[in-house]
Design a protein around this ligand. Structure first.
Ligand SMILES: Cc1cc2nc3c(=O)[nH]c(=O)nc-3n(C[C@H](O)[C@H](O)[C@H](O)COP(=O)(O)OP(=O)(O)OC[C@H]3O[C@@H](n4cnc5c(N)ncnc54)[C@H](O)[C@@H]3O)c2cc1C
Length: 458
């Protein structure tokens, strides 16, 4: 029997294993997973820690039995220590401490990402936490439930920091959030970051932007967090969430080339430069569909798709990763903010001639209760009129993410801004308008081109 070995049991690894068995059940599939939590939704950790999802077990996408019933052998608490391409082998350390070399015909590396540890003194002080794995979330949970902290500092204003600010406020902690950049949520324009900051402040989060942290020290009153400008805040709990870096040591050590963002270099079939070794998920680079170049965009959505492609390719099927657009959305208290494609500054750097226009409309007919304002920022290319990107900001319930997804779909198909305005979208007053806000945004005077007249063109 041919055998596929997968290192990693999260979004990418599980997707690869499941797809491989679907495509060719004659292959045996073994998953080597460093911890005991295969196929858990780490995207759900903030909601487990807020208490909104009280049982961590409910974060499982699938149970262990469901995975094994699909014919996958799971080796949990088993750490891959070295890949030996010449032997088609992987040396692993088993839970009992012994070593073994597992042989396979093909290997998928799905080792994910690790949290960045910024150059801050005192990251190892008790009460300072990172947040990426189930294990790290248990440490935070234990701190919250056993020590009942009243104050928290979050270092990092990216989407995980923001979700955690919401989560810790939900638990009643006083929260201070530090961000080194001038605005939180650097993935959207600063004006949208500013609105996110206002939402945080409205819910009692103390936000300090342009404030890089230098050190954390355990003092008599608690953890003393000190900024480079000598501002200090004392807290019972500190969370450091300043981004991730691809976990590439295993792959790189056996000869896999590195690409964008220091991630494992892959082609569209998720093959690396080393024969019979593929890679997927946060450890691998990502093809950007719009600019048609590799980039590094570590997201669960991408990890699932890349994993599926890797699993199919590995067992002899033909699949290609079609590319990512960096589509992402986050909920911060009652506010939803999302983006897809390129922002104006990014588009400019890619050689487009971008122009951006913002529209503010009701999410649904204002005469029906509950209408709220929706901001949509559309970026298009002046020359080709191609849609390049969109950013949306609105209230929870205003269908922000599904409207963002309309833009993502349009981008996927390289539509023009004018095409989007002509889409046949659904309408009923409690949910939208005859011209959906997505379309109105693309019809703004500054964007809309008069239709060309085929009679004149003929
Ligand atoms: C708090 C949080 C919230 C998030 N929210 C979102 C969201 O809302 N939307 C979104 O799209 N993305 C979100 N993400 C990102 C998303 O979770 C990741 O992109 C996704 O989990 C990547 O999957 P992966 O399989 O590539 O890697 P990972 O999830 O990092 O998993 C890596 C796997 O490899 C295993 N492993 C590593 N090294 C070894 C080794 N040497 N031997 C054996 N096994 C090994 C690990 O045990 C693990 O099973 C969030 C992430 C976090 C932390």
């Amino acid at each position: 029997m041919k055998r596929l070995l997968v290192i990693g049991g999260s979004d990418a690894g599980i997707s690869a294993g499941l797809r491989a068995r679907e495509i060719d059940p004659s292959w045996g599939v073994t998953l080597v997973v460093a911890d005991a939590f295969p196929n858990y939704s780490i995207c759900g950790l903030p909601f487990f820690l807020s208490g909104e999802t009280p049982r961590w077990e409910s974060l499982a996408h699938r149970t262990r039995a469901e995975i094994e019933n699909r014919g996958i052998e799971l080796l949990v608490d088993t750490v891959a220590e070295a890949i030996i391409p010449a032997e088609h082998g992987v040396r692993v350390r088993l839970p009992n401490g012994s070593e073994r070399v597992l042989e396979s015909d093909r290997l998928v590396i799905g080792t994910g990402a690790a949290p960045v540890q910024p150059p801050i003194r005192g990251l190892d002080a008790p009460g300072v936490h990172l947040l990426h794995t189930m294990g790290e979330s248990f440490a935070v949970h234990e701190h919250l439930t056993a020590k009942h902290p009243r104050t928290a500092v979050i270092i990092g204003g990216g989407y995980i920091g923001l979700e955690m600010a919401d989560a810790l406020r939900h638990r009643g902690l006083a929260v201070t959030l530090f961000e080194a950049a001038p605005a939180v949520l650097q993935t959207v324009d600063a004006e949208y970051g500013q609105r996110v900051q206002e939402e945080l402040q409205h819910h009692g989060v103390h936000v300090r932007t342009s404030t890089p942290i230098e050190s954390i020290e355990l003092g008599p009153e608690g953890l003393v967090v000190r900024s480079r400008s000598h501002e200090t805040v004392v807290a019972d709990l500190v969370l450091v969430v300043t981004g991730v870096r691809p976990n590439v040591n295993l792959g790189h050590a056996c000869g896999v080339a590195l690409g964008e963002g220091g991630a494992l270099k892959v082609n569209r079939r998720m093959e690396t430069n080393v024969p019979d070794i593929l890679a997927a998920g946060d450890c691998a680079e990502t093809l950007h569909r719009l600019i048609e170049r590799p980039t590094y965009l570590p997201l669960g959505t991408t990890a699932h798709k890349q994993g599926r492609v890797a699993g199919e390719s590995a067992v002899g099927g033909y699949a290609e990763f079609r590319g990512s657009l960096g589509t992402q959305v986050v909920k911060i208290f009652e506010l939803i903010v999302g983006r897809t494609g390129l922002r104006e500054d990014e588009a400019m750097r890619q050689g487009f001639s971008p122009w951006t226009f913002e529209s503010v409309t009701w999410d649904h007919k204002a005469y029906y209760p509950g209408a709220s304002r929706l901001r949509i920022r559309v970026t298009g290319d002046r020359r080709s009129r191609r849609l390049l990107g969109a950013q949306l900001l609105g209230r929870y319930g205003a269908e922000v993410s599904k409207r963002l997804d309309v833009f993502a779909t349009a981008l996927f198909h390289a539509m023009t801004v004018d095409d989007v305005a002509h889409l046949d979208l659904s309408y009923t007053p409690p949910l939208g308008s005859p011209w959906d806000p997505v379309q109105t945004a693309c019809m703004e005077r500054a964007l809309a081109a008069p239709a060309s007249d085929p009679r004149k063109d003929a």
